[in-house]
Design a binder for this molecule. Structure first.
Ligand code: IYR
Length: 222
């Protein structure tokens, strides 16, 4: 075996194709129930659950295994309130002239506006930062690779895991997001990527009626 390598063995092995197919059907049907939710319950979640979710997110593949991400977890009510205030200020501007008519039209079916109540209701806000480069102890910069792809994949892992635990999330992108780096005092090599509230769905939560594209529209077999 090549130096620096170890044998790989997968922790999940199905006995036969039938078991594999059944498992894929079950997983698909569970994942089809994932929705972006904007109405959260304030029911608490043990912090250890969030720790495990972030272990899962941080297990994602990344360019040259540089793991170019930081996940900030906000549980403090006063900080959530500051984030909400800053996000709503930007969104007010977005909805009152910064977004094009076409964009506003595209958003109509979601019923969104500048109010972002979920930022103070959800028990946790996860702010994901991407690191275009790493800051070394001597102040030098070390290159990271495929940073947006890597952080996007990590967020995908996170959203999937959140759903599989019966919790909900929203991929929120207040724009511009610079205020997050400022409020959270992040170093200059970190840029806010996504703001993800996590919690239980409110008992009376609703989601818009949306269709997903059929497999035939998104898959091409060669
Ligand atoms: N950032 C705004 C607008 C918005 C934009 C897209 I693209 C969405 O899918 C949803 C909302 C907001 O959060 O309201």
């Amino acid at each position: 075996m090549q130096e620096g390598f170890s044998p790989f063995s997968h922790p999940i092995i199905f006995d036969n194709d039938n078991a594999l197919l059944t498992a894929s059907e079950k997983l698909n049907s569970e994942m089809q129930g994932r929705r972006s939710v904007r109405e959260f319950s304030n029911k608490p979640i043990p912090k250890e659950v969030i720790d495990n979710l972030l272990r899962i997110a941080a297990s994602a593949p990344s360019g040259a295994h540089k793991q170019p991400w930081t996940f900030c977890v906000i549980a403090k009510e006063d900080l959530k309130a500051l984030i909400r205030e800053a996000a709503e200020k930007e969104e007010y501007t977005n909805y009152h002239g910064r977004m094009s008519e076409e964009w506003l039209e595209d958003l109509k079916k979601f019923g969104t506006d500048w109010h972002k109540e979920f930022l103070t209701t959800a028990p946790y806000l996860i702010v994901v930062f991407k690191k275009s480069y790493d800051l070394e102890s001597d102040g030098g910069k070390a290159k990271n690779y495929y940073v947006s792809e890597s952080v996007g994949i990590a967020c995908g892992f996170l959203l999937s895991a959140i759903h599989q635990l019966g919790l909900v999330s929203l991929t929120h992108t207040p724009s511009p997001m610079n205020f997050l780096g400022e409020l959270l005092k992040r170093p200059s090599n970190e840029k806010a990527y996504l703001l993800i509230p996590v919690g239980y769905a409110a008992d009376d939560a609703t989601v818009p009626n949306l269709d997903r594209k059929a497999l035939s529209e998104v898959m091409v077999n060669y």
